[in-house]
Design a protein around this ligand. Structure first.
Ligand code: HEC
Length: 149
């Protein structure tokens, strides 16, 4: 019963959630994602990119993507993956993801589908919770983190 709830909230009420979230705590305990404002980035459309569209190109876009990704990561992923990608042991340390097309493919597969083991959802699927833009921003932020401190 949790998936349809989240799916509905994630898609139909996405705009309402963004507005409601301004300074307020959401009352829905079931919602596992926080809306992410990606103003300033071009919409990527429905089709998922095979590679991070922000990695190469305009420096300003790169900086903006890292900034958006940082906030989005802290609100949605850090509780399991640790602050600044440094795992406390609960989930993999995301500083060490490969920073190439192969790493992108693995990242997309995981964040879109989540991770389920023995019928238990260990990581929720994010494809209906966060936008493609937001998820690539998180990837860009993770790429920007140093791996050795
Ligand atoms: C409820 C806990 C939880 C949350 C929240 C969560 N994850 Fe995960 N994540 C996991 C677990 C557990 C795994 C390990 C799955 C496995 O064994 O492959 C994982 C694996 C991953 C992997 C694969 C890592 C690797 O080294 O293979 C990526 C990438 C990832 N998560 C990204 C994210 C991102 C991005 C977010 C936020 C949008 C997020 N996760 C939120 C629990 C979580």
């Amino acid at each position: 019963m949790r998936l349809p709830m989240r799916t509905i909230l994630g898609s139909i009420f996405a705009v309402a959630l963004i507005m409601a979230a301004a300074g307020k705590l959401l009352a829905h305990g079931d919602v596992q994602s926080q809306p992410v404002d990606t103003t300033g980035l071009d919409p990527l459309g429905k089709e998922w990119r095979a590679e991070n569209p922000y990695r190469e190109g305009d420096k300003k876009i790169l900086v903006l993507a890292i900034e958006i990704g940082s906030g989005a990561y802290n609100q949605n992923c850090a509780r399991c993956h640790g602050l600044q990608g440094k795992s406390g042991g609960l989930a993999p340390d995301l500083r060490f993801l490969e920073e190439d097309a192969g790493g992108d493919e693995w990242y997309v597969e995981r964040v879109r589908n989540g991770f389920h083991q023995n019928g238990v959802t260990k990581m929720p699927p994010y494809q209906d919770l966060l936008s493609q833009e937001a998820l690539w921003c998180i990837r860009t932020y993770l790429d920007s983190l140093p791996e050795d401190d």
